[in-house]
Design a binder for this molecule. Sequence first.
Ligand code: ZN
Length: 470
Amino acid sequence: MMRKAFQMELNEEDGKNLSQILSNMSTIYSTAQVCLQGQQCMELDPELTNIMANSRNYSQLVEVWEGWRKNVSRKIKPYYLQYLELMNEKAKLNDFSDAGQMWRNEYETEGFQEAMEGLYREIRPIYKLVHAYVRKRLREHYQIDPRGALPVCVLGDIWGRIKMCTQVTMDDLQVAHHELGHVQYFMQYAHLPLTYRDGANGGFHEAIGELVGAMMETPQHLNKVGLLPHPPSGPEMGVNHLMMAALQTVTTLPFHLVHDLWRWRVWRGEVEEDKYNEEFWKLMLEYAGVEPPVPRTDKDLDPPALFHVANNYDMIRYFTRTILQFQILEGLCRAAGHEGPLHTCDLHGSEEAGKVLASGLALGSSKPWPEVLKILTGSSNMSTRPLRQFFAPLEEWLKDKGLRDTGPRDTGPRDSGPRDNGQEGVGWGKDWRRLNDLINYGGVASAVTTTTATTTTITILLLFLLIVST
Ligand SMILES: [Zn+2]
């Protein structure tokens, strides 16, 4: 399937209207503040982001999470509904069935949605294990059903965007490397005509950034550049590294997928307007195992609380980048002659890997992405196999911790409170009655309450970034 060129623009009035709507949504998002009880009003960055990352006070987390949606997505909602329609009109003018098909056009793949959902099903086992482990650790702080969905507000993020104000931290060092990955891509295709100076598809640029950022974090590399005094030894260091990598990558996959699955369904007309928010939370529960912490009202439309949705960006590029990141890593490690488990590969100083990488990146978007992928990895199909292979030792470790898939489970109505205290499982079931209490405006009290504040810091959970940005 070839990428179609866009030729037709909306008529003058609709075009102006769409630009104005996009500008209004962007302004609402970028100027929003949340005023907490008895405190001054706060902006997303850094105040609200800090609270979401560091507070263990459940009511405060809910207040920020809910306040953000009241001040952002609720205000955006009337514009967003018009935006959805105008985008569909624009798509139809260009012979697409709807705006979702127009966006997927970039990937030049028949059955793209089914292919992405297929990839998700393949990584679901490791996602569910990490989800179960995160829930187990969060239960040290909050009263959460040991086999239920997670309240989305306790995961360390409000859906921030990171503005780079660099500090001497591992996180910022990783981001700096990620950005250098982009720079390397820019340099490699700089010789091409302007129209081809881009990633092979939406996911490639981000995949290279993430790959370079992740390479920097391996204990092998940190030791080589003198940031880790001793060479890596013992299985524990390997598992810690894999857990950190999983919290940065595996955990993001369903969130990225859901935000586009939702938009694609809405644009195809498969969802009634008064069910938009309900459909979103159904997808979030089914794919990510999270639920809203407080009941939603008919004023709410939660997806535009996220920067990318409010600002007209697709999210599938972040889903594909994570799959591609591990595929490209495996291809380059093979070129470098790496032996041993994939997660111990360090490409630092490998000329062979550099040559393969450069030959793929230098093509920019001048060739269909499967050709570029073939150069980098030997295969022209997206595959989850390298990702699963990379995390296989972590998967085994989590199973050894007693986390085993216990099959689907009915989590019970929302007001029934936690069950099976102490008995950890994997997965979260799909009890729509419980979710319905939250999205059908029932006002049922939350089953989650704060436990006694504990001083234990579980830094690793702060890395559970729902949306890894930049
Ligand atoms: Zn990036």
